[in-house]
Ligand binder design. Structure first.
Ligand SMILES: Cc1cc2nc3c(=O)[nH]c(=O)nc-3n(C[C@H](O)[C@H](O)[C@H](O)COP(=O)(O)OP(=O)(O)OC[C@H]3O[C@@H](n4cnc5c(N)ncnc54)[C@H](O)[C@@H]3O)c2cc1C
Length: 395
């Protein structure tokens, strides 16, 4: 048999969150089983594949690995009236990844650390004794198998079911889920292949944006993220926009991706006795730009730190695991909560507001705003009578 029937920790889902938790738990001396329902880890991708180089370094990579397809130095934000605002990335470069390779690379690291990983292994239920989680039930090779563990970590992404099966309320409100749709396109014409482009406007991408993330000189992820429940689908919005862009329209479609993005509804409670939830499954995504690779990874790492402590102490009760909840809220939750407030404001902006904003602030201030540092932006808005009302919402 490829695996045992008992582990310290069993993790459901081998995305960045699950892989990070598996790696750190294994490095901390725990026995770990990481199960992934798909037959190939990382494929198909559901991602624009953008990640900061400093975060790639944080994971122990130099940034010259095969999974980094391209580096970007700056962003061009395009207002509804077409005004382009340039923003240099001051302290970091951006990497455009090949997620299929990146997610595997994360799993290689976890396996090297001693975690056992099995693809095409779907967690179908949690095991409970006296109301407490004692392991999982999985479908592997057509067989239903029960595996015991001291802790179960659910890292099963935006469509997570495991946490709900365990007894946590992880339901997301419709308004807190964005719809993402993307083409990987080749044979397109890019003004600058080391620059990402972000297009804003209620007509083209309501409460969201269209992105071009270049993977090479003529290849890019061209995608859109919008609030759900709109008259048109994300695909329809993107197709209509591409029609207006001859340099993109002339390209070919190499891959089609779509998926939900949880852009709000952070969970106050992410633990139970013997149980934790991380990543998209816990809505740990930047509510404004929708990036979640780093957030899932950080949460996976924090959950592992607490799992190691709890297992060494011989106490995996909710009271002990709650430290993950507290530490995550202190490290990331407060910032994401603030960004969620910004998101609520941004979705009220008219195109005219956005155009005024584009004329009043710099690209760097807008990028800072997207990661929760909105103070400079507020000061500028306060000085502008037309934007004063926006500033008041941000304070
Ligand atoms: C269109 C789109 C574009 C995006 N672009 C970016 C971007 O450019 N940069 C960025 O940082 N983020 C981006 N994101 C968000 C990012 O992809 C996610 O936040 C990130 O992958 C979350 O990691 P995770 O480990 O929590 O979940 P996932 O990466 O979704 O991994 C969860 C894994 O669990 C598996 N699984 C599910 N159920 C089970 C089960 N029952 N048993 C076993 N395995 C199971 C799934 O197959 C999956 O592999 C984008 C998302 C979308 C939809």
């Amino acid at each position: 048999m490829l695996f045992k029937n008992e582990y310290d920790v069993v993790i459901a889902g081998a995305g960045p969150g699950g892989a990070a938790a598996a790696r750190k738990c294994a490095e901390g001396g725990l026995s770990v089983l990481l199960l992934e329902k798909r037959q190939e880890i990382g494929a198909p991708k559901r991602c624009g594949e953008g990640l900061g180089l400093s975060f790639v370094n944080h994971l122990g990579f130099k940034g010259n690995e095969g999974f980094v397809t391209n580096m970007v130095d700056n962003a061009c934000l395009v207002a509804p009236n077409g005004k382009e605002i340039m923003a240099e990335f001051p302290d970091d470069k951006g990497c455009i990844l090949e997620r299929k390779l990146f997610d595997k690379a994360l799993c290689y690291k976890a396996a090297e650390a001693g975690a056992k990983i099995i693809a095409k292994a779907k967690v179908i239920d949690v095991l409970k004794e006296n109301g407490k989680i004692t392991g999982i039930k999985a479908k592997i090779d057509g067989k239903t198998i029960e595996i015991k563990s001291k802790i179960v970590i659910a890292a099963d992404g935006v469509e997570s079911k495991i946490a709900r099966m365990a007894g946590l309320d992880t339901k997301n409100r419709a308004q807190d889920i964005d719809s993402g749709f993307q083409y990987e396109m080749a044979g397109i014409e890019l003004k600058d292949s080391n620059r990402i482009y972000l297009y804003f406007g209620n007509d083209i991408a309501p409460r969201g944006y269209i992105w071009i993330f270049p993977k090479g000189k003529t290849v890019a992820n061209v995608g859109i993220g919008i609030a759900g429940n709109r008259k048109k689908t994300a695909k329809e919005y993107l197709d209509e926009w591409i029609e207006t862009q001859p340099k993109i329209k002339k390209g070919s479609i190499i891959e089609v991706n779509s998926g939900g993005i949880p852009v709000g509804g952070l969970l106050k409670k992410m633990t139970l006795d013997n149980f934790m939830v991380v990543g998209d499954a816990a809505h740990q995504v930047n509510p404004l730009h929708g990036g979640g690779i780093d957030e899932a990874t950080v949460a996976g790492e924090i959950s592992a730190k607490i799992a190691i402590k709890a297992i060494k102490k011989g106490d995996t009760s909710d009271k002990t695991l709650k430290e993950y909840n507290d530490l995550w809220w202190k490290t990331r939750g407060k910032d994401l909560e603030k960004i969620e407030k910004y998101r609520n404001l941004v979705e009220k902006l008219t195109d005219e507001d956005m155009n005024i904003l584009a004329g009043a602030v710099s690209g760097t201030e807008l990028l800072d705003f997207a990661v929760g540092k909105g103070e400079t932006l507020v000061k500028i808005l306060m000085k502008n009578p037309k934007l004063f009302k926006l500033a008041r919402h941000l304070i």
